[in-house]
Design a protein around this ligand. Structure first.
Ligand code: ZN
Length: 372
């Protein structure tokens, strides 16, 4: 029976390993041992376990008996309680933690009801700078899979959280880590030397590919493959979800592209290098960026140049993700006549943009609307 559960349950191997004499060396042993410790109240299933050990909440258990006998009894009951949790665990959805809301949506597209997904940041936040709150490390500790964007987007905040999580399998290149950038065609890869000390945020290429539906399709396909490795019993389901998503997005893409067909080659200014992928599939063109380099705030001379470019090329819109300060954009707008257009930075970045498709619909409507 144990062997059957071990084979079918995603968490079973982990649990049985940690009950073995080699527990200390098993990857998730720490998680289990902690849940048996006095600090168990912070572990996900601890409350359930301890309640089942003690009819009166734990205090006074073993009173009137020898301490050792009580300990043995607790250990035996704990073991039984843990084993009884295995089938429940087996039925539970894979717990996917993502760095961004957009990735959480794509993980749900790939996994459907076989997974639950939650994001460490929100779509209204600047994904370069997320507060590395210890509560996020606790989420990572319980993650069956960590999905990140990659290309150094999260370099300022994710590595310390992953270290604090003490979940070795979600480390970079670990078996429970999926980096979305690994499956997409990366744009804006620097050709010359890059100096981070100059503030350049993206030395490995542009990580802002969520506004490219083709990249989203590739990410969902990659996630489906990863989920199939972690949960082979449902591989066909994940493949089906990926195929369904691709079919839906290809239909959307035809519709979205038709909106931009009459606008091909139109110049646009953006705040940050977030629109390269969007421009690539819509046929729009970057006339310039408010930031002289990704992550570098614009000096007045740069804004003055931009005003000249906007006037000379007839740029109509300055696109700014709504998590950025708009003062630089307003300066250029005031001196050139181009209008500032606030756009969502990701899924969840604006009301009505809670799914991947509604996020893209919103972006298409705002950008195309500004060009009319
Ligand atoms: Zn960036």
């Amino acid at each position: 029976m144990n062997a059957i559960y071990a084979a079918r349950a995603p968490h079973a191997g982990r649990l049985f390993n940690s009950l073995s004499p080699y527990a200390a060396r098993a990857p998730h042993a720490g998680r289990l041992l902690n849940s048996l410790s006095p600090y168990a109240a912070r572990a996900p299933h601890a409350g359930r376990l301890f309640n089942s050990l003690s009819p009166d909440g734990g205090e006074g258990w073993g009173e009137g008996r020898s301490r050792n006998a009580a300990r043995l009894r607790i250990a035996a009951t704990a073991l039984a309680a843990l084993l009884s949790l295995v089938p429940a665990h087996a039925a539970a959805a894979l717990n996917i933690v993502t760095t961004t809301e957009g990735l959480a949506t794509l993980a749900k597209e790939a996994g459907g009801d076989k997974v639950q997904s939650q994001s460490l940041s929100r779509g209204i936040q600047d994904p370069h700078f997320v507060d590395a709150n210890p509560a996020l490390a606790v989420k990572l500790r319980a993650a069956d899979l960590l999905v990140d964007v990659g290309l150094d987007l999260e370099i300022g905040w994710l590595p310390p959280l992953v270290n604090q999580s003490r979940n070795p399998e979600i480390q970079p290149n670990g078996p429970r880590r999926f980096t979305a950038a690994s499956v997409i065609h990366v744009l804006d890869v620097p050709t010359g030397p890059v100096d981070r000390s100059l503030g350049d945020l993206h030395p490995a290429g542009n990580p802002h590919f969520m506004d490219d539906p083709r990249a989203a399709v590739a990410v969902v396909a990659g996630l489906a493959r990863k989920l199939s490795q972690l949960d082979p019993a449902n591989a066909a389901t994940y493949a089906q979800h990926s195929a369904d998503f691709q079919r839906r997005i290809e239909a959307d893409l035809a519709r979205w592209k038709s909106v931009f067909a009459p606008l091909r080659g139109r110049p646009i200014v953006a705040q940050h290098q977030t629109m390269s992928y969007f421009f690539d599939w819509t046929g729009l063109r970057a006339a310039g960026y408010l930031e002289p380099k990704p992550g570098v705030p614009p000096p007045p001379s740069h804004l003055a140049n931009l005003v000249q470019i906007v006037k000379a090329q007839g740029v109509k819109a300055i696109l700014v993700e709504n998590y950025y300060d708009t003062r630089s954009a307003e300066v250029v707008s005031r001196h050139s006549g181009a209008k500032v257009v606030l756009i969502p930075g990701d899924v969840g970045g604006m009301p009505g943009a809670s799914t991947y498709e509604s996020y893209l619909d919103t972006l298409v409507r705002l950008v195309a609307g500004a060009e009319r």
